[in-house]
Design a protein around this ligand. Structure first.
Ligand SMILES: Cc1ncc(COP(=O)(O)O)c(C=O)c1O
Length: 388
């Protein structure tokens, strides 16, 4: 067993060796530009990109032409939100677009919405309550005033809580409102089927599914001409005009392979991650008092534990554990700015509850031995800190 043991898989995942092998030729012989239409170097890579598009589409139960490759879920979220709102601003000049989202969303949704407010868009942010789930009735109430777009995530990146997207989608459909879903954390861990979910747009990212960083996709129902959506990057007209820029073919091929592997291993991964997380929680609860799970106990992504440990500062705990375990207190994006977790705040946790919370993200390559080691190290360190 290698230490530190990596238990921050909600932040990013290691690249699966099968993904790396699929990408290797793209850095060697298959370096062509998939947009080059006059020679074999281009044609061959274009075929590989088409296959990757099919692999991503298959995992989501969508059509390949509904998949737009982007640089990651941050860009996918920006494209969905700016793209729809700017199309509405262009065509409906009489009234500003209205968007509804939630306070537990990733910053890659909340920050674009702040910017859209400056462009004249009306934004309403729903609060989830202590479970972290958005109540379909609160959405229904917000939609008593006509809206154009709802953006709600599937699985939360900090607390792992899963929103009931089919029920939220049914509310949107009653009011004829588009639904965008950030499914970045859920893809590969639970079934993500765009039809069963009833979403119009859905974001995902390569590096959360054991693929490379810097690649993602936006599912757009019916493709770029199926919805009113404007590009946010202009240039050579790639991705049917919705996302210009030479395709990042090595990353796209890796992402496609990662999705193919995820589809094949979904059931096994999902079950295994759930078992490892229950085992870790059980071991910690057996040896320590004052351990609480943040967010809903049942509707959670397998592999995620967001734990509140009474009387132990997360900064002190993570500092002492860092030679043995790679863990975090909040999302990687928030951990640098020191403002704490907006998600835990949104659940109504007090400052001291927020400061005693840690996030554990178990992934495909973690072993039972690592989980037992982690339980032991966490218990031991918590006991030391409580005594000091
Ligand atoms: C829910 C969620 N949305 C969006 C993102 C951003 O993804 P990317 O790193 O691909 O830009 C992340 C990554 O942390 C995430 O967890």
């Amino acid at each position: 067993m290698q230490t530190p043991v990596y238990l921050d898989n909600n932040s990013t995942t290691p690249v699966d060796p099968r993904v790396l092998s699929a990408m290797q030729p793209l850095f060697e012989t298959q370096f062509g530009n998939p947009a080059s239409t006059t020679h074999r170097h281009g044609w061959y890579v274009e075929e590989l990109v088409s296959l990757a598009r099919e692999q991503v589409a298959e995992l989501l139960n969508s059509k390949p032409e509904e998949i737009i490759f982007t640089s990651g879920a941050t860009e996918s979220n920006n494209l969905a939100l700016f793209g729809i709102c700017r199309a509405l601003l262009k065509h409906n000049t009489d009234k500003p677009p209205r968007v509804i989202s939630a306070s537990t969303e990733h910053r890659a949704v909340l920050d674009p919405l702040d910017k859209l407010r400056e462009e004249g868009v009306q934004v309403e942010i729903l609060s989830p309550g202590r479970t972290g789930r958005i109540d379909p009735d609160s959405l229904k109430k917000a939609l008593e005033q006509k809206a154009d777009l709802v953006s709600l995530m599937l699985g939360n990146n900090e607390i792992g809580v899963i929103n009931n997207i089919p029920a939220l989608s049914a509310v949107c459909k009653q009011q004829d409102v588009l639904l965008h879903c950030d499914a970045t954390q859920a893809v590969g861990k639970i079934a993500v089927d765009v039809s069963a979910l009833g979403v119009d747009l859905l974001s995902l990212s390569g590096h959360k599914v054991y693929g490379p960083k810097g690649i993602g996709a936006l599912f757009v129902r019916g493709g770029p001409s199926g919805l009113p959506i404007e590009p946010i990057i202009y240039g050579g007209g790639h991705e049917r005009g919705l996302r210009s820029g030479t395709l990042n073919s090595p990353a796209i091929i890796g992402f496609g392979k990662a999705c193919e592997v995820a589809a094949g291993e979904l059931e096994r991964d999902s079950k295994r991650l759930g078992l490892l997380a229950s085992k870790l929680l059980g071991l910690l609860r057996d040896s320590l008092s004052g351990i609480h799970l943040n967010g809903d106990e049942e509707c959670r992504l397998p592999g995620n534990l967001n734990l509140r440990i009474d009387d132990v500062s997360n900064a002190a705990l993570l500092g002492k554990l860092s030679t043995h375990l790679s863990l975090s207190a909040t999302s990687a994006c928030s951990s640098g700015h020191g403002k704490g977790s907006h998600v835990l705040k949104a659940l109504g946790l007090s400052t001291s509850e927020q400061n005693t919370s840690i996030r554990i993200g178990i992934g495909r390559f973690n072993t039972e031995e690592e989980i037992a080691f982690a339980a032991n190290k966490i218990s031991q360190t918590v006991k030391e800190l409580r005594q000091s």
